[in-house]
Design a protein around this ligand. Structure first.
Ligand code: MRU
Length: 342
């Protein structure tokens, strides 16, 4: 693994989560890139609403937000630990980082009901995420050869995490090592995390990048040399099957067809060893209006129904490497996952 010169990785210009001691400020990702607006969350209920409403999104970021939510809830009601846990856990079902952070906060509180210690734990979860992303950036960048063309999906950058990013963090670190020639990022229908958020982050970094329609990825792989598809994850099962933003599975199928390598980048908090395989991962379905309307304007016939799963599962056999902070899981399998996670 080559060391990444972190001074070459620019500091994040905008912070998506700011803990102010008595409330959490969340950059409202629903209105980016047009508007920079922060929401003030003063209670666990405010944070659960922000997570459910997608003001904050991305698996690590919602875990961090939920940890601060536990601090606000237990300050208001020291006997309400399970109520706060249930409220926050119900806000989104697929990203296991949310549950992982809540379990860590509840465990600490049950062992030692101390509000200062609880706040310090939430700050630690936040700081650890950035440190893990920098480690994954170095591990992932080491897998990428020179002059690489990569495709990424959804938004996995500073906005989705405690900073730097997971998949986008690997791209940032590899770019700092002069290994990335160009990035193609998908628009990520229907919520447009790619067009609105990833494009914004890549532009701020000055990384050469182009937006593609989700449906253009297989065509691009058939016409141009693409070296890697690099994505994040919302939950990884014991056997390496990986849930991520809808469309990830199609990218993995196309990548295998065209000899393009496929990398998943996620911290250990994204692994759920209670899921034997991807079939055990709950897949969030959101409302039909996300597909039938665009910003309130109908784009499908009035009354038309829609099926809107917002994640899918990529089977482990289509993944070349899962990068986490403790190392690289090459050709993921139960044994390979256990060997790296310990
Ligand atoms: O619905 P979202 O925007 O929360 O989905 C985000 C993703 O699918 C990301 O790829 C995943 O959370 C990894 S983010 C570092």
């Amino acid at each position: 693994m080559s060391a990444v010169d972190l001074s070459a990785v620019r500091p994040e210009p905008v912070k998506p989560l700011i803990w102010e001691g008595d409330h959490l400020r969340l950059l409202d990702q629903r209105v980016l890139p047009g508007e920079l607006r922060y929401l003030r969350c003063e209670s666990a209920g405010d944070i659960a609403d922000a997570i459910h409403g997608m003001a904050v999104r991305g698996a690590p970021a919602i875990g961090i937000a939920a940890a601060y939510g536990m601090v606000l809830a237990l300050r208001a009601d020291p006997d309400g630990v399970q109520r706060a846990f249930d409220l926050l856990a119900a806000s989104r079902p697929t990203a296991v980082n949310l549950r992982w952070a809540l379990e860590r906060m509840r465990g600490l509180w049950l062992e030692r009901p101390d509000l200062a210690a609880l706040e310090a734990e939430a700050v630690k979860i936040h700081d650890e995420d950035l440190a893990q992303n920098l480690k994954m950036g170095a591990f992932g960048a080491a897998l990428i050869g020179s002059n690489a063309s990569v495709i990424t999906h959804c938004n996995t950058g500073a906005l989705a995490t405690g900073g730097h990013g997971t998949a986008l963090g690997v791209i940032r670190s590899a770019y700092a090592l002069n290994r990335i020639a160009r990035v193609y990022n998908t628009e990520t229908r229907p919520w447009l995390q790619g067009a609105r958020l990833t494009a914004w982050e890549l532009q701020q970094e000055g990384i050469p990048a182009k937006l593609i329609a989700d449906g253009a990825a297989a065509h691009l792989m058939s016409r141009e040399q693409i070296d890697w598809v690099i994505v994040g994850a919302d939950r990884i099962a014991e056997n390496g099957d990986t849930a991520n933003k809808i469309g990830t599975y199609a990218l993995a199928v196309a990548a295998r067809r065209h000899g393009v390598k496929f990398m998943v980048v996620a911290p250990s908090g994204t692994f759920d060893l209670r899921c034997r395989s991807g079939a055990d991962i709950p897949i969030e379905e959101r409302g039909a209006a996300e597909l039938t309307e665009f910003r309130g304007v109908p784009i499908a016939p009035q009354g038309y129904d829609a099926f809107n799963p917002v994640f899918d599962v990529t089977p482990a056999e289509l993944i070349d490497a899962i990068v986490c902070e403790s190392g690289v899981i090459a050709r993921p399998s139960r044994e390979a996952v256990r060997a790296v996670l310990g």
